[in-house]
Every structure is written in structure tokens, then in C-alpha cells.
Design a protein around this ligand. Structure first.
Ligand SMILES: NC(=O)c1ccc[n+]([C@@H]2O[C@H](COP(=O)([O-])OP(=O)(O)OC[C@H]3O[C@@H](n4cnc5c(N)ncnc54)[C@H](OP(=O)(O)O)[C@@H]3O)[C@@H](O)[C@H]2O)c1
Length: 296
């Protein structure tokens, strides 16, 4: 396939190189404006890929968007006229809320949503390390997107395991629940995921997850708060040494993905008239930290 990766950061470079190694014709679209990028995955030989080539974008069968959620709309706006209506658009990021924006920007394109638990780290702009093997789930957001099941095989062949999910919103909400629990608390307290296992965080974590479960049920996503809590505590244990992406964003004074994680939950809770005080408090604390950078 002709594939363009928009936002080739850590996770985008991992996928770009994996899809290139699987035999696809890969190019990148980044904000550095260079015509070529040389990327190196782990100890493999460096690969040079074309960057920001309008012809490649027009010819793309697949646009893989690996931007952070808050970057999606701004990055896609100037590209709309160059994206063919048959080009499949895959959004792969943490958080929710961009699908409706992109569906409005590109109403005729097949739209697929993806979530991955692979880990990638970019120690230098041209280097990417595959830090954790995970699972990628993909599923259609609109009718045309739902007909793209073959993509699971394309992604699985490049970087296993990838699976098609007929109700991708279910998988995205489960990931959102984990992110709502782990990300703000680790960012506010500047701790590793594992430190959340301390008793002092337990009641907040349980309340946060119970609120998310209530909103999920109102959204028609069948879930059970007790099971969701168990999943969150399992993830805390399994990723004990990791720093969450929000903890990293806050320590480096980069805008976090809070609007598309807890912020999305708050929006949906408001629609259903559900009170979510614990999540609201965490949202406000992250916003206060982000605002404090502007005034300093
Ligand atoms: N890294 C992981 O292990 C991992 C795992 C699972 C999920 N995720 C999720 O995947 C998403 C991406 O994460 P990441 O770690 O790959 O972040 P990242 O390294 O910051 O990648 C985002 C990339 O988008 C680029 N970008 C920003 N604005 C752009 C624009 N207007 N046009 C073109 N490119 C633009 C950034 O450019 P610059 O390089 O110039 O900043 C950066 O290279 C996040 O939602 C994250 O939560 C990450």
C-alpha cells in the first residue's frame, strides 16, 4: 500500500519503519519541513523515507495519523484538499474525541480508529526504540471504515499483534478508563505508575473508575466498575516502573492530552447529566499546572 504517516514521533516512527520493512511504500508528513528523514529502529540499519511530499499524500491509500490528540485538527486542516476521498484514515492516539472532528473534516473517507499498547521511545529525533511489545486494535468509525477489516492483517504483518474490533469504541473507552485513572494522578504527584499502588491513592482511584464506569454505561458501553478497577490495578502493577505520558508531558512543560482523556469523559458525563467530581478535580489540577507555565 501507499502509506503516509502523519506525525512521525515515537509511535509513528515505530509504525512507519515496521510497515516499510513489511514491504509497503512509506512516506512521512512531519512539521520539520525536510524533504527526507532518516530513521533508525533499535539496532536495525537506518532507513531514509520521503517527507512532506504532496504527490505521495495525494497517492496515499492509507494515512496513519500518529499525532497526539490535541494536534490532530491543526495538523490535518491544511492537508484536507490533498487527501483523496478513497484514502483510509487511521487515527492512532490516546484519548477520545478526535474521530468526530476528523469525520466532519473528511466526511467521505473511510475512518478507522486504533489503539495500541506497544511502547516506543525516541531518544533522538532520528532514533526510535521499541520499548514494549503490545497489542493493536483497529475498528471502523464510519460505514466505509467498518469495511476495512483487511487492515488488521496489514498491521499484524508489520507489527504483531493487531486485531480487528467490531466495536472499537468499547476498546477505546476501556483504554480511556485506564488513562483517566493513571495519567492525571501520576502527573500531579510526579510519580511512576507503580507508586499508585500505595494505599493513599486507592480511594481516589476507585472513585475515578466508578465515575468512568457510570459514564460508559450511559454511553451504551457495557462495563462493570469492579472489573474495570481490577484492570486498572493490573496495569499499575504491570507498568510499575513506567512514567505515564502525562507525567512526562507535565515534567517537560508540554501541553498534555488531558482535554481528550479526562476532558472527553467530562463532556460525555455532562451530556448524560452524571456528576463526576473526582475526575473533575483531577482535570482542574492538571489545567492549573498548565496555566501556571503561562504566567511564569
Ligand atoms: N510512545 C508510546 O509508547 C505510545 C504508546 C501508546 C500510545 N501512544 C500515544 O500515541 C500518540 C503519539 O505519541 P508519541 O509518543 O509518538 O508522541 P510524539 O513522539 O510527540 O509524536 C507526535 C509527533 O507528531 C508531530 N507533530 C506535531 N504536530 C504536527 C504537525 N502539525 N504536523 C506534523 N507532525 C506534527 C510531532 O512533531 P515534533 O517531533 O516536531 O514534536 C511528533 O513527532 C499519543 O496519543 C500517545 O499517548 C504513545
Amino acid at each position: 500500500m501507499n502509506i503516509v504517516v502523519l506525525g512521525p514521533g515515537a509511535i509513528g516512527s515505530l509504525w512507519a519503519l515496521s510497515l516499510h520493512n513489511a514491504g509497503h511504500s512509506l512516506s512521512l508528513w512531519s512539521r520539520n519541513g525536510h524533504h527526507q528523514s532518516t530513521l533508525c529502529l533499535d539496532t536495525l540499519s537506518p532507513v531514509t523515507l520521503v517527507n512532506n511530499d504532496a504527490e505521495k499524500l495525494k497517492d496515499a491509500d492509507l494515512l496513519l495519523v500518529t499525532l497526539k490528540a490535541p494536534q490532530v485538527e491543526t495538523a490535518m486542516q491544511p492537508l484536507l484538499e490533498q487527501i483523496d476521498p478513497d484514502c483510509i484514515v487511521v487515527l492512532m492516539h490516546n484519548g477520545m474525541g478526535t474521530a468526530d472532528i476528523v469525520a466532519e473534516l473528511l466526511p467521505n473517507n473511510p475512518l478507522v480508529l486504533a489503539t495500541t499498547t506497544h511502547g516506543a521511545y525516541r531518544p533522538e529525533p532520528n532514533k526510535v526504540q521499541h520499548t514494549g511489545v503490545g497489542i493493536t486494535q483497529l475498528g471502523g468509525h464510519n460505514e466505509k471504515g467498518k469495511q476495512c477489516q483487511f487492515l488488521a492483517e496489514v498491521f499484524d504483518h508489520a507489527l504483531s499483534t493487531a486485531q480487528w474490533h467490531n466495536h472499537i469504541e468499547q476498546a477505546l473507552w476501556s483504554k480511556l478508563a485506564i488513562n483517566c485513572a493513571i495519567n492525571p494522578l501520576t502527573a500531579i504527584n510526579q510519580i511512576t505508575n507503580g507508586e499508585l499502588a500505595a494505599d493513599s491513592y486507592r480511594s481516589t482511584l476507585v472513585s475515578v473508575v466508578e465515575e468512568v464506569a457510570q459514564v460508559m454505561n450511559a454511553e451504551g458501553i457495557v462495563t462493570d466498575a469492579a472489573k474495570l478497577e481490577e484492570t486498572v490495578f493490573n496495569v499499575i502493577q504491570a507498568t510499575a516502573k513506567n512514567h505515564s505520558s502525562m507525567q512526562q508531558d507535565i515534567v517537560h512543560k508540554r501541553p498534555s492530552e488531558i482535554d481528550f482523556i479526562t476532558g472527553y469523559l467530562l463532556q460525555r458525563a455532562q451530556t448524560h447529566n452524571i456528576a463526576v467530581p473526582h475526575n473533575t478535580a483531577l482535570f482542574e489540577q492538571i489545567k492549573l499546572i498548565e496555566q501556571s507555565w503561562k504566567s511564569s
